[in-house]
Design a protein around this ligand. Structure first.
Ligand SMILES: [Cu+2]
Length: 98
């Protein structure tokens, strides 16, 4: 019985960190341009296989919320998340990278 309990604990420990990692699995990038009036942002980013981008590139994303663009500026290094909304690549989350 004791063995079962420690096995369960070991499983919980090994699963935990992976879940945290999945949630923070953002794309690394650097902002090259912010266009607040158009609600768009240009990001030079690394591979984002989840979005079908095998290699790094520079491209324009729509901002999900225009307010997101107020906190960032060209040259900022960021971590971001994006998804395709109505065929348009849209940034859903931006975090400043340290
Ligand atoms: Cu891209």
């Amino acid at each position: 019985m004791k063995t079962m309990q420690s096995l369960g604990l070991a499983l919980a420990l090994s699963i935990g960190p992976q879940c945290v990692f999945a949630q923070t699995d953002l794309i690394n990038g650097q902002i090259t341009k912010v266009d607040q009036s158009a609600g768009k942002i240009t990001i030079k980013h690394g591979p984002a296989k989840r979005l079908g981008m095998e290699q790094g590139m520079t491209m324009v994303y729509k901002a999900q919320d225009a307010a997101m663009l107020k906190a960032v500026k060209a040259g900022d290094k960021i971590k971001f998340d994006a998804e395709q909304v109505n065929g348009q690549y849209t940034v859903t989350k931006i975090e400043k990278a340290k």
